[in-house]
Design a protein. Sequence first.
Lengths: 474, 153
Amino acid sequence: MKQISKGIWEIPKQGKMLVPGRVYGTKKIVEEIEDNAITQLTNVAELPGIQKYSIAMPDAHQGYGMIIGGVAAFDAENGIITPGSIGFDVNCGIRLVKTNLTEKDVKGKEKEILNELFNQVPAGLGSKGQFRANKEQLQEVMLKGSAWAIENGFGWKEDLEKTEENGKMQEADPKNVSEKAIQRGLLQLGSLGSGNHFLEIQKIEEIFDEKTAKEFGLQKGKLCLMIHCGSRGFGHQIASDYLDTMEKAMKKYGIKVSDKQLACAPINSEEGKKYFSAMACAVNYAFANRQMILHWTRKSFEKVLGKTAEEMQLHLVYDVAHNIAKFEEHEIDGKKMKVLVHRKGATRAFPAGKKENPLSYMKTGHPALIPGSMGTASWVVVGTEKGLEETFGSVAHGAGRVMSRSKAIKTKRGEQVQKELELQGKFVKSRSPKTLAEEMPEAYKDVDEVIKSLEISGIAKKVARMIPIGVVKG
Amino acid sequence: MQFEYLEHTADLKFRAFGETKKELIENSGKALCNAIIDSGSVEEKGKGIIAVQAENFEQVLFDFLKEVLFQIDTQEIIFSEFKVTELKEAEPPFSEKGRLPKTKKGIFLKVEASGEKINLDKHEVKTEIKAITKHDFKVEKKEKWIAEVLVDV
């Protein structure tokens, strides 16, 4: 691996690679990246139709088929689509909500708020959900995404504009979704899930770009809320189903890959089109899911603090996915080209001017939301022209794990992690102490080092840094 | 040993053992369920049937685990015991209310799974599992039958 410029490293094209591999990171980040992750990066570089580079973000670590923290774009005409480069949790993403509250307003009530959030927002398996969808409703969710939620009383109309794709991918086609996915989806609509998913109360600790922060409505000292979750069992089942389909399709189309988890099909094949339309259903499901959770979050704050959500100005700042594939136009070798950009553990970060930005953010570029691990900072950054050119307008999605879950559990007990965080003034509520141990801050890369990597390489600019004061884990 | 959990940075990996293929299937099911809810806290209050058919043993095991996960997620139940009641060459044509893949030939597996409804007052959900993956998926016969499975959490 050779260094190209500050924060950018390249793995030259070799063997069956069609394009070079690229890693974005400080020296420290690059030294820590696993060998398996590099192999996965070069495997993706072999896939038909890949453009420019197979890209690893600074939070990259090995995943299923493709690294988590990876970006790959394929020629929309002659390229492939692969579920392994999107992830099982389709449209896992982040939603950021601002408030006019300060720490003083919630002082002494942190635990009460967390308890209320914990009660209002179902965690998932075994939770007595607030809401049980029927099949007709699920059909609508697949087609309409966030709009379905808002039409049914879960949120405000203005939330739509502040959601990627306005909360709905048009290409969704429910007839390509299996009965099994529907069964799994019915029970879990409107739930947070487990693992690294969370709902957090954060304090804006520092602003780095006053002008952009103002456009985003972010102010130093104010509290904000962050929701991290995805498409639940519905999306997981769709990914599983189509991995089988793709395995068969590869034989049919004579595609060979170095890792069978990269099973894929031509974008324009029957299998490719069906998967894309089913994936879009999962994308819409996840948008609706986060929309419902936002609604319950507003209700929880109203109940505990005795003010309306409007009074507390609980406005959505933005909602953006980090596990998704989308058709976008990018400049490649001086020509505009339509590509299918796969982002797996990578966040879209389009700079000013790109037509996909919501109107409110046309002049700044949309906020790209990067959560830290439990108990550590989260960031708002904004994309740059350089990022648009080099990484298809993509940045990292988080801190990235460095320690296995089993090792984390052996290191500390969940109760101890909770105590340590409380001593720092960070309250945590979880359905399982084990999750707290698994998700302890030490199990992740330093998110600030990840952000530094984005900045020195020039693919993003820092806007705001937030620190948690309360966390609900699924 | 029935099963053990292995080191993996991001996901959850287990290795299950069995003197026979049947035992391997049973212990793989237990490893999966115990990762979600500690098996010690699960009583055998009811029984369910899990049946799959696939082209080879490896795929049968994979499909079985997927089906266990599907039943946990959709019926909110958790299992603590599995008993293989049938593992045999499939007899074509085979069908059972469309629940089985329409493979013309292959291996058919039927398992009796015991457990109970998930009740958060007594069960701690340690993690949810998103999917069974084929990443490093291995089934082999050494002194014993061994399966290695990576699940996405």
